[in-house]
Design a protein around this ligand. Structure first.
Ligand code: ZN
Length: 147
C-alpha cells in the first residue's frame, strides 16, 4: 500500500531538465523493406526517446534522433531509416528502459506500480502506468509464443 502511495506522487514536471543526446539516422539512400531497392531520402524527421537517466548528476536522459524518410516509387510507400537498434517502432522509450522495467517485474517480481516507482527513483525516467502494462503484456505474449 505504501508503494502505491509513493507512486501516486510522481510528477514528471518535477524532474530536472533532461540531458539531450543527439543521434543521427539520416541517410541519403536506404533499401526499401519490400523490394530491397535503394531509395533516396524524401524528407527528414525528428524523434525523441526517453532513456535511463544519469544517476551521477541526477538528470533524466533523452535521445533526439534525426532520421531520414524515404520514398519507394515502385511500391508507393514511405519508410523511415531503421532505428530499431535504439527502440522498438513507435515507442517513446529505449530498449534499455524497457528491459530494466521488464527485469524488475519478471525477475524481481515487483508489482507494476512499484516497478514504475523504481524507474523513476533510480533511473529518472517517468513511464505512465498503462505503458508499463503494455510492455508486460507484449513480453507475456512473446514468452507464450516461444514456449
Ligand atoms: Zn520498394
Amino acid at each position: 500500500m505504501q508503494e502505491n502511495e509513493q507512486a501516486q506522487i510522481i510528477k514528471p514536471e518535477d524532474l530536472p531538465r533532461p540531458i539531450l543526446e543527439h543521434r543521427s539516422r539520416n541517410y541519403r539512400r536506404r533499401k526499401c523493406p519490400l523490394c530491397n531497392k535503394g531509395c533516396y531520402r524524401d524528407s527528414k524527421g525528428r524523434r525523441l526517446l526517453h532513456d535511463l537517466g544519469d544517476t551521477r548528476d541526477g538528470r533524466p536522459r533523452d535521445i533526439e534522433i534525426i532520421y531520414s524518410k524515404h520514398r519507394c516509387e515502385k511500391d508507393k510507400i514511405y519508410f523511415n531509416a531503421n532505428m530499431t537498434d535504439l527502440a522498438p517502432p513507435g515507442s517513446c522509450y529505449t530498449h534499455k528502459v524497457i528491459s530494466v522495467a521488464l527485469r524488475l517485474i519478471f525477475e524481481d517480481g515487483l508489482p507494476l506500480r512499484t516497478a514504475s516507482w523504481h524507474l523513476w527513483r533510480d533511473h529518472l525516467v517517468y513511464i505512465p502506468f498503462a505503458t508499463v502494462q503494455n510492455w508486460v503484456e507484449g513480453a507475456g505474449k512473446k514468452k507464450h509464443k516461444n514456449s
